[in-house]
Design a protein around this ligand. Structure first.
Ligand code: ADP
Length: 240
């Protein structure tokens, strides 16, 4: 489980996270939604240990986030992340993108890394792309490589930043099915402003507004009977 408690975070004098407390469970898809500039990415970056914060604590499976190098590396092993632009290694093939971190981080031998990578490539319908470079792939394929690379390291949670921005409407359904498969073993946290996608894929929704979580409900409850005026207005403005 990821536990964020009473998190305060400011940039210069501006407080962008205000007393944020959330818990994310394994084998669930949790979406954090809300207008742009409300602190969703900052929360994600804090959970990943990429940002310091003034107050509060974050633990993942009882490992507390601390910024001392060895403790941070150990903590980060619990988390996989795929950013909006994927951060693939451009000069490496699809296969090498996956085996590289297995060899460096997990100390696997080339053959073991390659065998494991092929299992993932098959699961992600990428076997026929094995020897291509990222520039030769579609946005959706690049995204699947990035997710496969993250999952190869066996994290407890996968964090996805605006994952539908790389996809056209036809591939979103396929992506939803893929995430449902992944959540059988891994918790998934999604940052998105795509409410239609969040509605389709999530088990639970957190709505952020001005640095705070203003509503948390199961997906069904959130869309059928939102509690706050902010949620009601946001749903009305976004659902098409
Ligand atoms: P969201 O992901 O919901 O769009 P962000 O977390 O990116 O929101 O941003 C929250 C607020 O923090 C915004 O007002 C943004 O301008 C500000 N912010 C984000 N990153 C930085 C930064 N590195 N330095 C200063 N301000 C930042």
């Amino acid at each position: 489980m990821i536990k964020v408690k009473n998190l305060d975070k400011s940039y210069s004098n501006v407080q962008v996270l205000k007393d944020v407390s959330v818990e994310f469970k394994k084998k669930q898809i949790s979406s954090i939604i809300g207008p742009s500039g409300t602190g969703k990415s900052t929360l994600l970056r804090c959970i990943l240990g990429l940002e310091s914060f003034e107050n509060g604590s974050i633990t993942v499976n009882d490992k507390q986030l601390e910024f001392e190098t060895n403790k941070l590396l150990d903590y980060r092993q619990e988390l996989g992340v795929v950013f909006q632009d994927f951060h693939l290694f451009k000069h490496m093939t699809v296969l090498k993108n996956i085996t590289y971190s297995l060899e460096k981080v997990k100390n696997l031998k080339e053959k073991e890394a390659s065998d494991l990578a092929h299992v993932l490539l098959e699961q992600f319908s990428l076997l026929d792309q094995t020897d291509k470079y990222p520039s030769q792939l579609s946005g959706g394929q690049r995204q699947r490589v990035a997710i496969a690379r993250s999952l190869a390291l066996n994290p407890s949670f996968l964090l996805l930043d605006e994952p539908t921005s790389a996809l056209d409407a036809d591939t979103v359904l396929e992506f939803v099915l893929l995430l449902r498969e992944i959540k059988k073993t891994t918790g998934i946290i999604i940052i998105t402003h795509d409410l239609n996608f969040a509605k389709r894929v999530s088990d639970e929704i957190y709505l952020m507004d001005q640095g705070q979580i203003v509503e948390h409900q199961s997906t069904e409850q959130f869309f059928d009977s939102p509690i706050t005026e902010i949620a009601k207005r946001y749903i009305e403005s976004q659902i098409v």
